[in-house]
Design a protein around this ligand. Sequence first.
Ligand SMILES: Nc1ncnc2c1ncn2[C@@H]1O[C@H](COP(=O)(O)OP(=O)(O)OP(=O)(O)O)[C@@H](O)[C@H]1O
Ligand SMILES: [Mg+2]
Length: 469
Amino acid sequence: MESLQTTSSFLSLNALFDNPLFAGGIGLASLGAAAAFARKGAIVALGAVRRRLLVNVEISKQDPAYPWILAWLSQPREHPGYIASRITRIHNLSVTTTTTNTRGHGTSGPVNASFFLQPGYGRHIVKFGNAYISVNREKHSTANMNTGEPHEIVQLTTLWAYRHAFEGIFAEAHKLAAKANEGKTTVYSARGMEWAPLGDSRKKRPIGSVILDEGVKESIVADVNDFLSRHQWYVDRGIPYRRGYLLFGPPGSGKSSFIQALAGELDFGVAMINLSEMGMTDDKLAYLLTKLPKRCLLLLEDADAAFANRRQRDVDGYSGANVTFSGLLNALDGVAAGEERIAFLTTNHIDRLDPALIRPGRVDMMLRIGEATKYQAAEMWDRFYGDKDEEGMGKERFLRRLEELGLFGTNQDGTPSNRHTSTAAIQGLFLFNKIDMQGAIDMAEGLIPRTFEASDDVTLGEKHTKLRS
Ligand SMILES: Nc1ncnc2c1ncn2[C@@H]1O[C@H](COP(=O)(O)OP(=O)(O)OP(=O)(O)O)[C@@H](O)[C@H]1O
Ligand SMILES: [Mg+2]
């Protein structure tokens, strides 16, 4: 009975296949499935072939090489062949404009503009040696949490056989970037939790243009050079390769200028943090110090801010810096502190610093960059008027005038005058009288700091207005 039933169900299945409509449907369906399968197979095979035959390099915007590669891509290239030049034409460009105002006195608005064209978003093809490289520049929809900038990548693809072209490309791009930055100092500042170049790299300041008191500059330069030559010595002894300098003194004595010039001299950049900056916290400071850009002097301006943050809130609710004393000490040499570093700290208020900061490992060398001395005034005169005042007569008169005014700390009769001036003020005076030596001598009275002017504030006030106008 059971076997009979089975036979009959087979019979009905056969009948179904005998139905031309049904059989046709099945046929079509299997054709479709086969086609879909073949398509998928082809995609997989193509992917496999791509993976085996092509090489991909992805550079994200966060990587320092990103701008170099973009600059390299924008290089004009000579293409020997007609076809090559057609293939590698870039149709999609983006532009970066820089303007410089060189029109001088009394005019405004940008005059010189330079346009820097680089490949825009999308796909392009470039040729490097014999290799064709496909370039894909993409902007992602996600953004960097710190800066709000969208993520970007550049992807370079070429045939496996030409993979060594990448080494050549990166070397060339790096050389190009190095050449563009030759003679320049890059200043980095903290943007969010990251270091970013602060504007364009600026021309190196010659170290000779910063005039410190006799021997001061030389002693720092010698110490830094000695430190730089002893890397292996530190490694061999397992000591963190760090050195700290503290420059203190009144405003306008050349502390920041000297550090910038020193960075130029050493071919270093400057990574700058202002400790009194709004939003700078202990965590942020510690994190930034572990991620210092390479070959940079760390510059911590206003080091006293970390010690003076108990002041009252301003009207805007800002209660001073959030960096605390212990936060600064930990960032400088806590367990998480960076292993390699040259740090410069500056302050106008040495009296506010804690002795704990000034111990080897945190600050190894402390120097006062003080008020202008006679030596500095003389050197600055030579830099400004040296070519006109060959005999040195003008310089002598200028120095005598400053002595008369008691600006070097003593009166002419040898008693203390308690009066000093800053190198920044002398520079201001010389800048005002660029080609007029006598004018500089006549206006020397304006170098007297304003705090000493309480009694005769009218006449000196006029001088000041004159100086500044
Ligand atoms: N010793 C110096 N030699 C040459 N230029 C100087 C010197 N001191 C100051 N200047 C000039 O004065 C200006 C201010 O100098 P700078 O910013 O370096 O002073 P600073 O000591 O860092 O002051 P602050 O303590 O207020 O930060 C700059 O333009 C700089 O060129
Ligand atoms: Mg400064």
